[in-house]
Structures are given as structure tokens and as C-alpha cells.
Design a protein around this ligand. Structure first.
Ligand SMILES: [Zn+2]
Length: 259
């Protein structure tokens, strides 16, 4: 087998295993629980899960989608997160040489954003326990890659811009729009990609958020009182800029050149 295929397969399997750990993070971090001890347990009866019942995806299938002990159904989020993390890591290994800094950056950023997205969708929270280490990791990678100043400005500006937007929104409407977690997530994206990424991320996330959010509000019975997580839109816009900023800038220059 050639090295490229071998690395893609290896990282897919590692992604599956990391996805299993990510489920623990998605469940425990918003509850303020430790992600290392105790070991994996049923979210319902808290019985410890043996290693042979903890094989990504397969265990969920052969146990009939329920806990071996209390027989309560295990949500589809468990195999879904394992499988999707495996696919994401495999795709990154397919397109980016695994011995590059960019590869490590991609794995860390995409995994963090995927975990944050699922937590935000379930709980409307973007926990500091993830965004703070994310900001630190983004700065360390940027320092290694030689753009730590852009990254530091990105982190500070990301936080400040959303803080200001939220303040103005509150003054105008007397309602809380964005959450504090959104400020920190934009700071994390700025730390990973530098301040240059912020205009695109803010524009795309607010545009898609406004469209999809309006549709969701229209369909939900709660009307304007419904809560809408903003983190997933930031995450998607961030990922698009991380992988395709060169294409976006080239397209933008080409478009301006035609004017
Ligand atoms: Zn159980």
C-alpha cells in the first residue's frame, strides 16, 4: 500500500477513536464535568462501559442502539460524531500532506469547531473549556507558522467586534443577541487564521445565519423568542476561509479587475 493511502486510512481510524472521545466532551463539558475521569459510562445509568462495548459505531450497532445494562436508547449522536470525525480526519489526510504544520492546524481547528457546533446545537453554549484552549492553540500554531502578530490582532479584534455589536444590539433592542461564547469563538478563529479572516467570516456567518435563522423562526412556534445558536455559522464560515481563502481572494481580485 502506498504511503498516502496508508496515512488516509490511519487518520480515518484515529478520527473514529477521537470521535468517541469527542462524544464524552460534548456530553460532559457543558455540564462542567471532567472529561478524563471517570471513564466512559452510560449517560443514563452511569454504568462503566467496557472497552468491547466502546468500539466506535460497531458497539452502537451490535448493542441494538441501547445500553447493555439499563437498555435505554443511546442517541444517534454517538455513532454520527464518531463516523463524521473519522471522515473529516480522512479527508484532511487525503488533501493535506500529514507531515505539514497546516495539517496539524487543520485537524485541531476542524475537530474543535465540530465539537463546538454540536455542543451549541444541543445546549446553546460555547464553553470556555474549549474556546480558551482553542485561542491558545491557534496562537501557538500561528507563532510556528510566522504570523503570530496577525493572529494576536485577530483574537483581540474578533472578541472586540462582537462585544461591540452585542452592546449596540442591546442598547437598540434591550435584548441579548449574541452570547459571550460567540465573542470567544470569533477570537479563536482570529487566532487560528489572523485578522484578515474576520471580514469574510463575519459577513458569511451573519448572512447565512440571518437567512436560515429567519426560516427557523418562521417555522418554530416560539416566534421571535426562539433561541438560535450562532456558533455553527461561525464554524462553517471559518472552515471555508481556512481551506479556500486563496481561491476567495483570487476570485475577489478577478472580480474587482473586471470593474
Ligand atoms: Zn445505561
Amino acid at each position: 500500500m502506498d504511503l498516502h493511502l496508508f496515512s488516509v486510512l490511519s487518520f480515518s481510524i484515529l478520527g473514529l477513536l477521537f470521535g468517541s472521545f469527542s462524544n464524552v466532551c460534548v456530553h460532559r463539558i457543558p455540564r462542567g464535568e471532567s472529561i478524563v475521569s471517570p471513564g466512559s459510562q452510560c449517560p443514563n445509568c452511569h454504568t462503566a462501559i467496557a472497552w468491547y462495548d466502546n468500539v466506535p459505531v460497531f458497539s452502537w450497532l451490535y448493542l441494538g442502539r441501547k445500553c447493555r445494562h439499563c437498555a435505554l436508547p443511546i442517541t444517534w449522536r454517538y455513532p454520527f460524531l464518531e463516523l463524521s470525525m473519522g471522515v473529516l480526519w480522512g479527508l484532511i489526510a487525503w488533501y493535506i500532506p500529514f507531515d505539514s504544520l497546516y495539517f496539524a492546524q487543520a485537524i485541531v481547528l476542524v475537530s474543535l469547531l465540530w465539537i463546538l457546533t454540536l455542543i451549541d446545537l444541543e445546549t446553546f453554549l460555547l464553553p470556555n473549556a474549549l474556546t480558551f484552549p482553542g485561542i491558545a492553540l491557534g496562537l501557538i500554531f500561528a507563532w510556528q507558522a510566522g504570523y503570530v502578530l496577525d493572529a494576536a490582532i485577530g483574537a483581540i479584534a474578533g472578541y472586540a467586534i462582537f462585544w461591540l455589536v452585542a452592546k449596540l444590539f442591546f442598547l437598540a433592542t434591550k435584548r441579548e443577541g449574541m452570547g459571550q461564547g460567540d465573542f470567544k469563538l470569533l477570537a479563536m478563529l482570529g487566532a487560528f487564521m489572523g485578522w484578515q479572516a474576520l471580514p469574510f467570516i463575519i459577513m458569511l456567518s451573519s448572512f447565512t445565519g440571518a437567512i436560515i435563522g429567519s426560516i427557523a423562526l418562521f417555522l418554530s412556534k416560539k416566534g421571535l423568542r426562539a433561541e438560535i445558536p450562532y456558533g455553527p455559522y461561525l464554524a462553517v464560515a471559518g472552515v471555508i476561509w481556512f481551506f479556500w481563502s486563496a481561491n476567495i481572494l483570487a476570485w475577489y481580485q478577478y472580480y474587482l479587475g473586471l470593474q
